[in-house]
Design a protein around this ligand. Structure first.
Ligand code: FAD
Ligand code: 2HG
Ligand code: ZN
Length: 495
């Protein structure tokens, strides 16, 4: 068996191939509803292929257990039998981490989806790993709380998947990373042992903070089955402004001003370039009018302010925008007048990832860079693709012989996180070779990180050294070997 999309990778002989005894075992511990077999090939392919339609495995079995105990039995058996396993949440991963490379068993958390408890005084929320982020947030909103993480994939991604990628998202600027808001986890180790650490403590310095190992581990050392999260009170007043700017330097000046004037009310500061808005406009097909008339400016910013007092919140935003106009930082702008307008403005930002994919395919690079260098990677990538003859010099010239459409940049300014997306008509080896290791070398030269918030998965497997030293990589391998000596958990990926 070889991977059709990745001929350079070979299936490891260490792993057993699934046989009828294995199937009989799984049938003995699971109900029919918890097993997806090859007879259901259409559904099986949904689990084998990733969101970008870029990575595709050939698994013949999806297990969807309804209890932690069943997950424990599955892993114990797979470990004994050396059957490789890919944990899968909402399958919205953007680095090829959530799908098998060959015939690994897919362990889906879809059926482990109960909210366990919530304390309205402390805001501590406990749930199964398979709870969908949007459902968690809807539940919390009813109690006047909110999940401290928000992202465009909220309708599909799961709490366990977000924890396992240490997803950052749109609110990190204000609410911090999951490394801070996760208070405890329940995890099943590869040998089937259940580690129950669903703590409710803000402070707990009892030795090593073991849960941190699983936050961002991408399913390589165990399966997260439950999470205890410190949630945040729902702000009573939220407003959003959408602004146009003429250069990237003004974005940085505006960000400095926003930090000092909007302070604790600033809850998002997102940027999009003209090209990402053009692709979104094409993708939305006129469903939403562009917020600022024509899309004709080089850069756009979405600012969200939130607080407990509406008039105070609005007054702060208005005075900030007036100042920004006077200082010539912004060319144009609009403020949402009601909840619908607010949601529509967010839609222009949250739809960018799928819009960049909509022309056929997309190469995504999620990187951290010093703010002053953040956008230079987009310019450098476009120049590189043009010099290699893979893209037209004029973005309006749709030359069918050029496989790349162009590089766009957007992301989380407050987190120093650029999303470099290269929209393409098709995935080709030539484009990939033009981009890699070029992008990673660029990031390393600026002392950035090759993975800001999406993880490493399969995509960045060969490039970890651009952001981690040999000793750091060795320590990661040691940890992996300690917890997963048979290497059954999410093999062929970054570790
Ligand atoms: P999956 O995609 O199923 O899995 C992700 C990884 O975690 C895989 O390696 C998988 O093996 C592992 N895994 C999943 N569940 C478990 C578990 N229970 N135990 C152990 N391992 C597990 N990311 C951001 O950081 N910020 C964003 O703003 C953002 N926006 C996005 C917008 C869109 C439209 C899309 C498609 C993705 C976006 N992402 C973003 C990517 C992000 O990684 C995922 O959306 C989310 O974190 C993954 O959750 P999931 O449940 O889909 O996990
Ligand atoms: C976002 O911020 C996500 O929208 C996805 O992290 C970014 O698709 C991307 O490159
Ligand atoms: Zn992001």
């Amino acid at each position: 068996l070889t991977s059709s999309k990745y001929p350079a990778l070979k299936r490891s002989e260490v792993f057993k191939q699934l046989n009828s005894d294995d199937l009989r075992y799984f049938e003995s511990i699971l109900t029919k509803a918890e097993i997806l077999r090859p007879s259901d090939s259409e559904n099986l392919s949904l689990y084998n292929e990733d969101w970008m339609r870029k990575y595709k495995g050939q698994s013949k079995l999806v297990l969807k257990p309804k209890s932690v105990e069943k997950i424990s039995l599955i892993l114990k058996y797979c470990n004994q039998e050396k059957l490789a396993v890919v944990p899968q949440g909402g399958n919205t991963d953007l680095v090829g981490g959530s799908v098998p490379v060959f015939d690994e068993i897919i362990l889906s958390l879809n059926n482990l989806n109960k909210i366990r408890e919530f304390d309205p005084l402390t805001g501590i929320f406990k749930c199964d790993a398979g709870v969908i982020l949007e459902n968690a947030n809807t539940f919390l909103n009813k109690h006047d709380y909110m999940f401290p993480l928000d992202l465009g994939a909220k309708g599909s991604c799961q709490i366990g998947g977000c924890v396992s990628t240490n997803a950052g998202g749109l609110r990190l600027l204000r609410y911090g990373s999951l490394h801070g808001s996760v208070l405890g986890l329940e995890v099943v180790l590869p040998n089937g042992e259940i580690v129950s650490s669903m703590h409710s403590l803000r402070k707990d310095n009892t030795g090593y903070d073991l849960k941190q190992l699983f936050i961002g581990a991408e399913g390589t050392i165990g399966v997260v089955t439950g999470a205890s999260i410190l949630t945040a009170p729902n702000p009573k007043a939220v407003n959003v402004s959408f602004l146009a700017l003429e250069d990237f330097d003004k974005i940085l000046k505006l960000y400095g001003k926003a930090k000092s004037e909007l302070c604790e009310n600033l809850s998002a500061f997102e940027f999009m370039d003209k090209e990402s808005m053009t692709l979104t406009d094409i993708h939305l097909k006129g469903e939403l009018a562009f917020p600022l008339g024509e899309n004709e400016h080089p850069f756009y910013i979405l600012i969200e302010v939130s607080g407990s007092n509406k008039s105070h919140n609005d007054a702060k935003l208005e005075s900030f925008l007036e100042g920004a106009m006077e200082e010539d930082l912004i060319i144009d702008g609009t403020i949402a007048q009601d909840e619908t307008e607010l949601q529509n403005l967010w839609k222009w930002r949250e739809t960018v990832p799928e819009s960049c994919l909509s022309q056929g395919g997309v190469y995504k690079y999620d990187v951290s860079l010093p703010l002053k260098d953040l956008y230079s990677l987009v310019d450098a990538t476009n120049a590189r693709l043009i010099s290699k003859g893979l893209m037209s010099e004029n973005p309006n010239d749709k030359d069918p012989n050029k496989p790349a459409i162009g590089a766009t940049g957007y992301g989380h300014i407050g987190d120093g996180n650029l999303h470099l997306n290269i929209a393409v008509n098709e995935y080709t080896k030539e484009i990939e070779e033009a981009l890699e290791p070029f992008v990673y070398e660029f990031v390393q030269s600026k002392k950035g990180s090759i993975s800001a918030e999406h993880g490493l998965g399969l995509q960045k497997k060969n490039y970890v050294k651009y952001s981690r030293s040999p000793i750091e990589i060795q320590m990661m391998k040691d940890l992996k070997h300690h917890y997963d000596p048979n290497g059954i958990m999410n093999p062929y990926k970054y570790i």
